[in-house]
Design a binder for this molecule. Structure first.
Ligand code: GLN
Length: 454
């Protein structure tokens, strides 16, 4: 009830929730109370969560914040949300996000932008919470839920976490089932938690993760007790600092924060080593070929017949065209066009195939450093703090917006786990985050190391 009241009071201003589900929340909470009274129950009994609108929730608003999914309520529950509810979690509602998770500022949502609960010192201008999981990050930061589900295809968990002073985990590809989650770029998409601290993230990921026969890319690798990693020593651990992440134009404050992170880990007994990930500079351009290619294919299903919106036409082709023209926003259309182009005959080898080869090289860069004994890699999470809503530079040049993903996309391209941890404030009082990147299926090291930094 306290969370529902907080949503009621703050959501008009923040726009973090696109649907609130008090009946479901109260019903789940009552069932949870009953289980607890009988001495039963799971790890998340009665914990109120917000669910990103990308997760299919049975009978409940699931529109990926797109107009094309107007009125869509699935008849199924995603595996991740089913896992959370099986452990006793309570759903408060569905959270705002960039349309189909395409964006870095939550401004491509059909439901309008989310406002970051943080403000610059002495300046009341609205800032973005990051994206695409902007509603998830803002709602956790503003205490409108105790934790939120999110997804990360190129940074959508870690960048909004960094912009809102929250913790975000993008698990290893395959850790969480993608079943029932609206697909953006299937070879990159992963679900993960956004929470207020590293311990909460560890507890929540444990519930979310599972092998699932309905997603053949989900991994049959036991999910450890992540919470047990919290408080464990990092003595003797080798932390790599990749020189390629020292990008041109990076603000001094981010550089200083990174240095501070190094000092904290060194003081805690970790060994700091300089490493090289030589193909880093190709990650962003390769991502912006692979992700739109997969998106254009995944979004072909929205045809006015199977889901949501339909705009009538004289014949079926005209109906498709009108539906897709009216249903998709400009960023989604841009991705579909890029994706269709790079997959077309004659261009496939030059763009898509080449990007896949670059992806292999990026993956090998990481394999080499982990093979040489590095346990985790420390980088900044983002190249800046949160920027203003309707930033003129970003609006004029979509590539500027894409640059926000510069530190996060490599992790998705290589399928690795990454965590963003709040590490300090900039000169204007805004939160900044550091990122830790781990070996495949070694989220434990990230929780252990992240807890030292937070
Ligand atoms: N900002 C990136 C994009 O727009 C990543 C989005 C995401 O991780 N879902 O593609």
């Amino acid at each position: 009830d306290a969370y529902l009241a907080a949503i009621e009071a703050a959501n008009d201003q923040l726009n973090a929730y696109v649907a609130v589900t008090p009946e479901i929340a109260r019903k789940q909470a009552a069932a949870s109370d009953e289980r607890l009274a009988k001495g039963e129950g799971g790890a998340l009994e009665g914990i109120p969560l917000g669910i990103k609108d990308l997760f299919g929730t049975e009978g409940v608003h699931t529109q990926a914040c797109s107009h094309i999914l107007d009125g869509f309520k699935p008849r199924y529950e995603s595996t991740v949300t089913a896992n959370l509810f099986a452990d006793g979690a309570v759903m408060l509602g569905k959270l705002n996000m960039d349309e189909f998770a395409m964006g870095s500022s939550n401004e491509t949502s059909y439901y309008g932008p989310v406002t970051n609960p943080w403000r610059r010192k002495g300046d009341n201008k609205a800032l973005v919470p990051g994206g695409s999981s902007g509603g998830s990050a803002a709602s956790v930061a503003a205490h409108l839920c105790a934790g939120a589900t999110a997804t990360d295809t190129g940074g959508s968990i870690r960048q909004p976490a960094a912009f809102t002073g929250t913790v975000g985990v993008k698990p290893t590809y395959g850790r969480c089932s993608r079943w029932g989650v609206v697909a953006f770029a299937s070879s990159l998409d992963q679900a993960g938690p956004i929470t207020r601290d590293v311990r909460d993230a560890a507890i929540m990921l444990k519930s979310m993760a599972s092998v699932d026969a309905k997603d053949t890319t989900s991994a049959d690798i036991p999910v450890p007790d992540y919470e047990a990693s919290i408080g464990q020593s990092v003595k003797g651990m080798k932390i790599g600092i990749p020189k390629e992440y020292r990008v041109e134009g990076m603000p001094q404050e981010i550089e200083d924060l990174w240095h501070q992170g190094v000092e904290w880990l060194r003081d805690a007994g970790a060994e700091i080593v300089d490493i090289t990930l030589p193909h880093t500079k190709y990650a962003l351009p390769a991502y912006y070929i692979v992700a739109p290619a997969e998106a254009s294919s995944n979004l072909a299903r929205y045809d006015g017949v199977r889901y949501g919106l339909r705009e009538e036409g004289k014949n079926i082709i005209e109906m498709y065209e009108k539906t897709r023209a009216a249903g998709f926003g400009p960023e989604v259309k841009r991705r579909v066009m890029i994706g269709t182009y790079v997959l077309s005959a004659g261009y496939y080898d030059a763009y898509y195939l080449r990007a896949q080869k670059v992806r292999t090289l990026i993956k090998r860069d990481f394999e080499t450093v982990f093979h040489e004994g590095v346990d985790a890699i420390l980088t900044p999470a983002t190249p800046s703090a949160a920027f203003g809503v309707a930033d003129q530079d970003m609006a004029a040049d979509p590539v500027k917006m894409y640059l926000n993903d510069i530190f996060t996309v490599t992790v998705n391209m290589a399928g690795l786990p990454g965590i963003a941890v709040p590490a300090g404030l900039d000169g204007q009082g805004l939160p900044l985050g550091l990122q830790l990147i781990g070996k495949p299926f070694d989220e434990e090291t990230l929780f252990r190391t992240g807890h030292i930094i937070e």
